[in-house]
Write a protein that binds this ligand. Sequence first.
Ligand code: AMP
Ligand code: MG
Length: 325
Amino acid sequence: MKCLGIESTAHTFGISIIEDKKEIATASHTFTTEEGGMIPMEVQKHHLEFKDKLLKQILDESKLELKDLDLISFSKGPGLPPSLVVGKDFAVKLAKENNVPLIGVNHICAHLEIGRMITKTKDPVFVFVSGANTQIIAHEGGRYRVFGEALSIALGNALDKFGRIIGLGFPAGPKIEQLAKKGQLLDLPYVVKGMDVDFSGIITKAEQLFKKGVKKEDLCFSLQETCFAMLTEVTERALAHCDKNECILIGGVAANQRFCEMLNDMCEDRNAKFYPVPLKYCGDNPIMIAWQGILEYKSTKRLEDLEKVDINPVWRIDEVEATWY
Ligand code: AMP
Ligand code: MG
């Protein structure tokens, strides 16, 4: 079945057409800044500016027409409302004009399922680390359950916040990774509470040290080592508790090689297997939204009522019934 997926939960607006597991065409564009962070209304402007160009690009590339599609799928949430609305309105318009069924999917589920599809894992523990979310997730008793999560800010957000303080622009994660290669370890607060982690105190401490003149490189290295170690500890406990032996890392922060290395070492020590997800699929992308649409449609036949479509900016993963699993 041919499905067009639209992603617009945060910084990226993307559209992809897939036919079952095969990608036919994908085009996306990501909002970035040289300094400062992600301002929701500017991101919305970015998405409105790019949506038609990106659609034209994938239709030209695929040589398909919209009426050839069997399904349109869009990210219903969670995400930034001004960004979500652009994707939702665009999806509804295309569905109505071309008489194609529409399904709205949970963006986090889509991250997990594309990870599972690409790595061919059956029943992994997911370490999901993106700009807005940090959760250790596994499937138990018919749905995805969150075994541990960041209590205040997500890891990507924490890295971006620190990046803003030291003048790196958005997204800061990749630049922090490069600076960390020349750094040395300093003591930063290691905050694990039960199965949850908290990154806000670490950022405050790192900011104080930066203002006292401590080197950026040392702060970047120490920030990475501390935050990744906290999540590795909780992931190990989730693997033991759920008795699972596969682990996958997804979300934009999964691009970080040092984090992959730490999770891989932990998994090797306990005879589990770690699967990094290729960059193309680990951050926000529209392929995962199309794939999630197909999975859900095939298992539930659930569709949106085109007159009542809405976004759900705070949709938690554990509220979704994973009927397709
Ligand atoms: P997502 O929301 O899943 O698209 O992920 C975006 C987040 O990933 C942003 O907060 C980025 O700073 C972060 N990120 C991207 N690349 C890296 C990297 N190499 N190391 C750490 N964080 C990264
Ligand atoms: Mg995401």
